[in-house]
Design a protein around this ligand. Structure first.
Ligand code: HEM
Length: 149
């Protein structure tokens, strides 16, 4: 697992998360605009939408909410299980994570405007990487369990 986030990074993430969550719809639509520009990523969501009957509108909101709890990992254990198993079902792979990072950071930059300083974007980039590592590790374990069964 990646090393824990510094207290400073956490403080920046926590300070900016509420204003990002307030603009949830804008963040989500900007994220998807960027994500879906890549046909391979769009395909993953199209397939998932067919399976579950709805688009994953809550992805951005989940990342924001999740990031606020990265200093209390026990609080997000249940969510990590649910998300990882959904990702395994929908064929999400480690190499898909950077596209979401790029889309998220661009959306944050658009929504926060001049308040999206390098410091803020770096803190969010670190928090996203940290969360990605947790999910990727769990998803790899689930794949191994599936293969062994
Ligand atoms: C830190 C990173 C991520 C977080 C926090 C996250 C969060 C979530 C959440 C909360 C769900 C819904 C789970 C449920 O059914 O209850 C979900 C599903 C999904 N995620 Fe992620 N995700 C992340 C990364 C990614 C990446 C990198 C991709 C692919 C580009 C992706 C694609 C999907 C898809 C296709 C679904 C299924 C949507 C559906 O149920 O229709 N996610 N994710």
């Amino acid at each position: 697992m990646s090393k824990p986030l510094s207290a400073e990074t956490m403080a920046i993430v926590k300070a900016t998360a509420p204003s990002l969550q307030k603009h949830g719809v804008e963040i989500t639509s900007r994220m998807y605009e960027r994500l879906f520009a890549d046909p391979e990523i769009r395909f993953l969501f199209d397939m998932a939408a067919q399976a579950s009957g709805e688009q994953p509108r809550r992805l951005a909101a989940a990342i924001l909410a999740f990031a606020q709890n990265v200093d209390r990992l026990e609080a997000i254990k249940g969510a990590v299980e649910r998300i990882s198993s959904r990702h395994v079902d929908t064929q999400i792979k480690p190499e898909h994570y950077p596209a979401v990072a790029y889309a998220l950071l661009s959306a944050i930059s658009d929504v926060l405007g001049e308040n999206a300083t390098d410091e803020v974007l770096n803190a969010w980039g670190e928090a996203y990487l940290f969360l990605s590592d947790i999910l990727i590790e769990r998803e790899e374990a689930l794949h191994r369990e599936k293969e062994a069964a």
